[in-house]
Design a protein around this ligand. Structure first.
Ligand SMILES: Cc1cc2nc3c(=O)[nH]c(=O)nc-3n(C[C@H](O)[C@H](O)[C@H](O)COP(=O)(O)OP(=O)(O)OC[C@H]3O[C@@H](n4cnc5c(N)ncnc54)[C@H](O)[C@@H]3O)c2cc1C
Length: 409
């Protein structure tokens, strides 16, 4: 007797999609589609700017990881999801039938329709983006006498990018930096104490900070702010936010008035029960941060819920984990934000490194002894990988010699 295997198609396989793929049982017929051959550790792409990380150190072979999980990988881009016919169509023309689809396509750079962004700025979303910026800056440094780099976006990715630029170039007198944030503080949504601390640190370096003054347009030589101020710029890094990939709207997984794909708390699309949308692409009833750790947890739950739904069982709700957030500002400072507590300590950089090392070692396609050389290579190349204190408690952090508790403003 032939037993029918349930078909699952996963669209997008970085944090959320890969976590789902790893959790789905081999007994299912699982196909994973992503245009890129590599999983990328996006939360550390800023370290390519300083040379702390290499592109290879942030990538893992996606096909091998998925094969180890017992599933099929197709390197291709999905162009349409037909919820009615339960089919996923790829750019190469494949039409994949599914019983359940898990959609984990993340976000794309948001240009907010500001003139000049697409032509004159450098996006900052992938390993390749960060490498291009690093290489361009190297050329500019050798060809221009004085130059300013402008980072647009004062959220985590913009602040972390600026930190790495300062790590590498703060002693080069020819180089200056500016950071622009439309909101009224750096790191909007975080305690204002971090903004104040960053401003204090930046006073010692050639950095100008522009908050509450959104970008109006970009030209080849500068950034114009809404106030009329012009910031000369030899290189403008665009780290100003995310928009949903067009696929979600075209496949009717986003409909007005929603910006991102609405899902129930169990991650099921509000428009199609056979589709789970997870990671950055999803809009939950109770919004959660677009963060890798949420994406990973959503991936694991989507795998469970897909299995439950196919078996006619009740689905579980997503309960966002209360994890502390680590924000690095190059080698100048690292912040740990847990509830309303903000701790600052350079030593915390090792904790951020530990989270990365742990994840890469667990996810690397090679297991056992084969994994050791790769892990050691990554450790050696990361010159601030001191220990793996990812499990440090807040009490332990407070006890660090250089730890400061930031006063909430
Ligand atoms: C500079 C920077 C720093 C960050 N720092 C942190 C941090 O310190 N901590 C933290 O928790 N988070 C951080 N984040 C956020 C984190 O990276 C995201 O939340 C996370 O990547 C979201 O995972 P995801 O799987 O939903 O989407 P992504 O990681 O964006 O993956 C989406 C995948 O979908 C694929 N895809 C897209 N379109 C298609 C298509 N049409 N067909 C098939 N596949 C497709 C893409 O190729 C990609 O592999 C940072 C982000 C940036 C940019």
């Amino acid at each position: 007797m032939v037993v029918k295997r349930n078909k699952v198609v996963i669209v997008g396989a970085n944090f959320a999609g890969l976590a789902a793929a790893i959790q789905l049982p081999k007994a299912m017929d699982v196909t994973v589609v992503d245009p890129s051959p590599h999983f990328e550790w996006i939360p550390a792409i800023h370290e390519i700017l300083s040379g702390v990380k290499t592109p290879q150190g942030l990538q893992l072979d996606r096909a091998q990881i998925i094969a180890r999980a017992g599933h099929r990988f197709i390197q291709d881009s999905v162009t349409h999801i037909d919820a009615r016919r339960r089919r996923v169509v790829t750019a190469a023309g494949e039409s994949l039938a599914y019983d359940v689809a898990i959609v984990a396509v993340g976000g794309v750079t948001n240009d907010y329709h500001i003139p000049g962004v697409d032509r004159y700025t450098w996006p900052f979303r992938t390993v390749a983006d960060s490498l291009s910026i690093e290489q361009k800056l190297d050329i500019l440094r050798h060809t221009q006498s004085e130059l300013q780099v402008v980072v647009v976006g004062g959220g985590i990715s913009g602040v972390e990018a600026l930190g790495e630029l300062l790590r590498r170039y703060r002693d080069r007198p020819k180089l200056s930096f500016a950071i622009v944030e439309a909101g009224n503080q750096l790191m909007p949504g975080f305690p204002k104490a971090i903004d104040a601390d960053l401003r204090q640190i930046c006073k010692e370096h050639k950095v100008s900070i522009h908050t509450g003054d959104p970008v109006g347009r970009i030209t080849p030589k500068g950034v114009w702010l809404a106030s009329g101020k012009r910031l000369p710029s030899a290189l403008t890094i665009w780290a100003a936010g995310l928009a949903p990939p067009p696929l979600l709207r075209e496949s009717k997984l986003i409909r007005p008035p929603h910006t991102w794909a609405p899902v129930s708390q169990n991650l099921q699309s509000r428009y199609a029960q056979s589709i789970f949308v997870i990671g950055d692409a999803a809009a939950l009833p109770k919004p959660v941060g677009k963060q890798a750790y949420n994406a990973i947890d959503m991936g694991a739950l989507a795998a469970q819920n897909a299995t439950r739904w196919l078996a006619g069982q009740q689905l579980k709700d997503f309960k966002p984990p209360a994890k502390p957030m680590l924000v690095a500002f190059g080698d100048l400072e690292t912040y740990l934000v847990a509830n309303k507590t903000v701790l600052a300590s350079k030593t915390l950089a090792a904790a951020k490194e530990g989270v990365y090392q742990l994840f890469m070692a667990q996810t690397a396609p090679q297991v056992g002894l084969h994994a050791v050389p790769g892990a050691l290579r990554r450790l050696r190349k990361s010159w601030h990988a001191l220990v793996v204190p990812a499990l440090l408690s807040i009490k332990d952090v407070r006890a660090l010699e250089d730890c400061r508790v930031l006063k909430l403003l």
